[in-house]
Design a protein around this ligand. Sequence first.
Ligand code: ADP
Ligand code: TRP
Length: 504
Amino acid sequence: MTDPKVKKYSEELKKLGIEHEILKHPQLVSVEAVQKYLGYGLEDAGATLVIKVDDKFIAIIRRGDTKLDNERVKKYLGVANLRMANEEEFTKLTGVPSGAASVYIPSLPTYIDKKIFEKEYINAGSGSLLYTFRYKTSDLKKIPGIKVVDFTSIESEKKSSLIDIKGKRILSGITPSGDGTLHIGNYLGAVKQFIEFAKNGDCYLMVADLHALTTIQNKAQLQKNTETLILNELALLGNLTNIVFFRQSDVPMHAELTWILNNVTPLGLLRRAHAYKDKLSKDVMEDEINLGLFNYPILMASDILLYKPDFVPVGRDQKQHIEICRDIAGRLNKTYKSDVLKLPKPYIPEDVAVVMGTDGKRKMSKSLGNIISIFDDEIVIKKQVMSTYTDPTRIHSNDLGHIEGNMVFAYLDFFGEKNKVSELKDLYKEGKVADVEVKNYLFESLMKTFKDARVRYQELKNNPQKVTKILSNGADRAREVAGKTMMEVRDAIGLTNNYSFFKY
Ligand code: ADP
Ligand code: TRP
């Protein structure tokens, strides 16, 4: 181990009789991501919270899958106020960035939640973002001055992030590029988030056909792709109560706002955009790139800003576009000394940020041919599952197998039944189950997950008038919101905003 601080801390703990294993990992982004990398869940993690109670600070160690009950803490400690330390206070008190705090902070009275001891081992802070210590929980009682308390209830992080978004608005879009079909990467990285959001807040979803013009310049193909994407999305979304689902080109305000935003956007900002840079790196001459592609992030900014969403759920590959959107919105507001445009935030759940393809090497993408489809014939999906990358070191089914990097298990984590998956993982590691058996289970799980959607897909396909109705209803609702924002923007920048004249 190279980090002298971690080494010193490790020695201190050993002196106290606190045994621990030292695990190295890529820099911590979230506890969930590190735990996943190490092969554990949030329930195997211990998190040190630094909390300000009235006018002093304390540390509470809770299990990663639990939530602090503030009222219980206040009652136990007899305090009136309680809040989390901010980043500055945290670093000052612990000497490390948040996320890296160790279990023993001599300067702070420390409380351990009793649910920690339900696990024999727990992974917790080492003082460094690159290491995690795996402790025997019974040893943690040796921390000087420690008190065991009952401060938490079980609540997954995911659930709590849903509570945060209650009543909020999200907006997102998918471009009908490729052939318009969706794969499980699109589902996990995008559509599933929309469904979760729609349970708690309102949701604007567009089929971004104006975006598709940047690459598809063939009438029949554009129409076919757009129809396919619409059917794919509607089938997956199911009941649409909180969702305004519309076609971008049904709402002319997107193109209008784009023109206005063009004028506050510097060339340099767009030159840094990856869609454009990717194109350049593919040996296309700069002079040949169409302006639509170059402008793409501005159109996307308009898509977002017209609806004033709180969050924009997208895969990690789109994060840069949201940043550009925030930048452009800030520029317009600043130029006109106005706050007419609301800056949105990206929403990228850590564990599905990028779904890797069946080759196990690159992100799942239609153009790379490493996908698992959702609406194709069973025989096609079965073939995709059967050719999924597993463990190349395993030649016979009784060889010991590896789970890390094994795409079949990566997908099963999302689609399989938890207990069955964990049983299969154990058997696989011991060389007691064949690849084909695990793959069959993945296929079954996929068919089960998408059973209703596949039925809906056929229904919608046979009822085009139903689809037309959904789209025209969505377009009406979208135009109303977008039209209102356009009036505000026109007003802010000095264009005509005669409401009676501009009836969108
Ligand atoms: P593709 O790369 O297959 O053409 P798109 O670029 O059309 O997919 O993506 C549509 C949506 O799905 C976007 O929100 C994108 O971020 C998300 N997405 C695409 N591929 C993945 C992936 N492999 N993992 C996670 N999300 C993805
Ligand atoms: N550019 C996005 C993609 O390729 C699709 C998109 C268009 C979008 N407009 C949007 C996503 C607005 C979020 C918000 O996947």
